[in-house]
Every structure is written in structure tokens, then in C-alpha cells.
Design a protein around this ligand. Structure first.
Ligand code: PMP
Length: 444
């Protein structure tokens, strides 16, 4: 605790901290973390999806150690064996024509580059992103991040327009019954006819209108940047068909579609390896980070040869992107996901998790949603309003005190976010659900 207190003044004031008694984490293994007092926690946040295959995974550790003894770094102007192997393995997870990869160092950088690719390829400047979306913190990307809590007051990311909040739970047209989630919403009905989501059509009408009114009629958008499922925004899933139809509308006007898979990629959603595949949407550019390296700082952008080639009008250089250590780690992560069938585990355990959460009988749970191991539980008060921050903080602290770490998000911070390492089992789910149920029931 002494150390935690000594660190506080050294960090910027705006740095996010979750708990009244801040955690000092000293050790991790699989889905577990230990603090400096030796207390063990079940990690249901995984460093925000980042610890994809489990803390200190032996195979990933071994790959890192082996590579560190051969070669740490050389300029990316030379090729190395690890980058060659990794580029092959990573691009193999994508359908044609998404076969060219740029290696970067973080999710923000990946999205920054993705926007640059779209602008360069189309020769246009104006972009579109979604309200409640989060894409990172570089000055360009901040323009696409549309949660007021993250917005700086200085000018940033200009010419990035926003589309309305497509939220089946809180948004204007619902659509919750038609989102791709194994549990049904309790509180909000939608008037969808068999197989046809009317909310999707209403959102798409508005989407088309945004493209027509807000972008130059003689050209159009450079691109549309969107998450498969909104992460920081509180695990918000769009009604079925929205993403596919939105992409078609952007492409009709000559824009490029960028899918941000920083949280949703690498099998976490269970049914597919990439989030865009779960929605039958066809992106031109895919950005990824976080779970890509199980905690190693790295990211990537995958696109088509045509788009990548048009970027070669000028040189592209990145000191650390595709560094041998990062490449060795990235390849080991892909191997572990396959060998340990972690995507299948996300599907099976994720569905169980969602059902157990939906079965909690509490007036304070407004919505349970998600897919695979990307889950959100939105809490409300007696009047159905977002659970006030002070009560939310007590519940959140209560879950931690019961030995379970989760996250929270959404504009009002009233959604519990659950995104554990992909290796958790049903026993872990039972423990987490018990802790969440109990903390909500007792209010702390
Ligand atoms: N995109 C999404 C969807 C994210 O959740 C994040 C990080 N929370 C980013 C981009 C930015 O990634 P990074 O923090 O690695 O820059």
C-alpha cells in the first residue's frame, strides 16, 4: 500500500484508477493474479482483453525467451525470420483479399495508420465513426473516439463525423432481440418481424442520410471506422445486419470500411476468429492490438494489396513494428489459440457465462449482453436510470473484495465489463457470477 501511495503523485491525474484501495499486482498465471499482500484474484478483465491466452503462458514465455537469446532487434529494413513466419500466420487468419500486414505498436497507432490508409487510397479526408466508440488516444484517432469522458478540450482529429448511438438497449429504436447474443433482454422489447430487424432499417436510413448530408456530394467519405462490438462504450452490440448494411452504404459512395478488432479479434467472440465475420461484414482494413500479444506491446493493420500499394507513394517506416520479439510472441499466441482451442472455449464458456448472468434475479440489472467472452452487464437504479457512480463504485469494490476483478465502462460507467483470458472454465464463471450477484444484492 505504501508503494501504491508513493506512485500516485508520479502519475498524471487523469490516469484511470478503479478502486478505493488501489491494487498493486505482483504476479500472474493463467486466469489468476496476485497482489503484493499475496491475495489471489480471478482476473475477469484480462488487462482489458489484452491477456488473451492467460498470464505468463508457458509457451508464449518460452518463445519470448528463445527469441531474446537469438536476436532482440534489428532495423525493420532488414527482414528477420520471426516477422516472416508471423506475417504468414497472421494473414492466414483473414479471408481474401485481406492479405497485407503493417506491424505497429498499439491499438491507437493501428487506427491512426488505418485512417491514413483510407485517406491516402481514396484521396479524400472526411471520416465517419460511431458515438460511444473508442479507438485510441493519438490526436487523429481521438477524433474518432466518441465518449465525452475521453474527449480533450484541445483541437483533435478534425473532419471525423459521428453517427448516432446504435445501442439496442438505450438507443432510440431498440433492436435488442435481434442482436447476436445468446440471452434476451428483459426490459426492452422490439417490434422485429421474423428475421428482419426493423431497428436496423431505421438506423440504416439515418446512416444513409448522414452520408448524404454530412459529406461532400461530389466525392464522399474517405472511410468509416467502427468496432465490431463497442468495448470501452460498455460492450454494445448493434442490431443484426447493421454493420453489413452500413459497410455497403459506405462502399457505394467509394469510402473504405475499417473494422477495429482491438477488443473483438483473435477468437474472443467464439463463433468466429474475427468480429466482422460474426456480422457478415466485409471490411477493407482491419486494425488489431491488445490480445494480439497477450500483453506484449504490439499491434497490426491488415488490408488489401491494392490499398497497401497505394500507400507506397511515400515510404513507410516503423522502428519497432514487427520487431523479432513481438513477432515471436505474436506467432506463439496464434499457436496457443489454435492448440488449446481457445476460440471454441470462448464460445462454450461465454454462452454459459451469459446465461448465468441473465439468470440473476435483480431489479438492478438492466441488460446482459455480449458474445463469447466479451460481456457487459448494465446496472440501473430503482427508477431504471443508470446506476449512480457512488453506488456503482461500491458494487465494483465489492466484486473485487470477493476475489474477482472485472472492468466497468460506458459513458456513465454503469456497465460491468467482463473480458477474461480466453482460458477460463465454468468453475471460474460460477465464482464470478456469485461475486457479482452477491455484490449487487448487498450493494457493496
Ligand atoms: N481500439 C479499441 C477498440 C480499444 O479498446 C482500444 C484501447 N482500449 C484502442 C483501440 C487503443 O488501443 P491502445 O490503448 O493500445 O492504443
Amino acid at each position: 500500500m505504501q508503494r501504491v501511495n508513493a506512485l500516485r503523485p508520479l502519475l498524471p491525474k487523469g490516469t484511470l484508477t478503479f478502486y478505493k484501495d488501489q491494487l498493486l499486482i505482483t504476479k500472474g498465471s493463467g486466469q489468476f493474479l496476485w497482489d503484493s499482500a499475496g491475495k489471489k484474484y480471478l482476473d475477469m478483465f484480462g488487462g482489458i482483453v489484452t491477456v488473451s491466452v492467460g498470464h505468463c503462458h508457458p509457451k508464449v514465455n518460452a518463445a519470448l525467451k528463445e527469441q531474446s537469446e537469438k536476436l532482440w532487434h534489428t532495423t525493420s529494413i532488414y527482414h528477420t525470420e520471426p516477422i516472416y513466419e508471423y506475417a504468414q500466420a497472421l494473414t492466414a487468419t483473414f479471408p481474401d483479399p485481406l492479405k497485407v500486414v503493417f506491424f505497429v505498436n498499439s491499438g491507437s497507432e493501428a487506427n491512426d495508420l488505418a485512417i491514413a490508409l483510407a485517406r491516402n487510397h481514396t484521396g479524400r479526408f472526411d471520416m465517419l465513426s460511431m458515438r460511444n466508440g473508442y479507438h485510441g488516444m493519438t490526436q487523429t484517432v481521438l477524433g474518432a473516439t466518441n465518449l465525452g469522458t475521453w474527449k480533450p478540450t484541445f483541437p483533435h482529429g478534425f473532419s471525423i463525423y459521428k453517427f448516432m448511438n446504435v445501442d439496442p438497449y438505450k438507443g432510440v429504436w431498440g433492436g435488442a432481440k435481434c442482436r447476436d447474443c445468446p440471452v434476451e433482454i428483459k426490459t426492452r422489447k422490439c417490434d422485429c418481424k421474423e428475421g428482419q430487424c426493423s431497428a436496423t432499417s431505421k438506423y440504416i436510413d439515418q446512416f444513409e442520410e448522414t452520408l448524404a448530408y454530412d459529406f461532400p456530394a461530389f466525392s464522399g467519405p474517405a472511410g468509416f471506422l467502427v468496432e465490431s462490438i463497442q468495448g470501452v462504450g460498455g460492450t454494445v452490440q448493434y442490431p443484426k445486419g447493421f454493420l453489413k448494411r452500413a459497410f455497403e452504404a459506405v462502399k457505394k459512395r467509394g469510402g473504405l470500411c475499417i473494422i477495429d478488432e482491438v477488443q473483438t479479434g483473435f477468437g474472443r467472440l467464439g463463433s468466429h476468429f474475427w468480429g466482422f465475420q460474426t456480422q457478415d461484414a466485409t471490411p477493407d482494413i482491419v486494425s488489431m492490438a491488445k490480445g494480439i500479444g497477450n500483453g506484449f506491446p504490439m499491434g497490426a493493420v491488415v488490408t488489401t494489396k491494392e490499398i497497401a500499394d497505394s500507400f507506397a507513394r511515400s515510404l513507410y517506416f516503423n522502428t519497432f513494428g514487427g520487431n523479432p520479439l513481438a513477432s515471436a510472441v505474436g506467432k506463439a499466441v496464434l499457436d496457443v489459440i489454435e492448440e488449446e482451442k481457445l476460440q471454441e472455449n470462448c464460445l462454450k464458456v461465454g454462452e454459459y457465462f451469459l446465461k448465468q448472468l441473465a439468470a440473476i434475479d435483480s431489479p438492478f440489472i438492466g441488460d446482459v449482453r455480449g458474445k463469447g467472452l466479451m460481456i457487459g452487464v448494465e446496472l440501473i437504479d430503482e427508477e431504471g436510470n443508470p446506476m449512480p457512480a457512488a453506488r456503482m463504485a461500491n458494487i465494483f469494490e465489492g466484486v473485487k473484495n470477493r476475489g474477482v476483478l472485472i472492468g466497468k465502462g460506458g459513458l456513465q460507467g454503469n456497465t460491468l465489463r467482463i473480458k477474461p483470458p480466453m482460458c477460463i472454465d465454468k468453475k471460474d464463471v460460477d465464482m464470478a457470477v456469485q461475486a457479482i450477484d452477491d455484490a449487487i444484492r448487498k450493494g457493496q
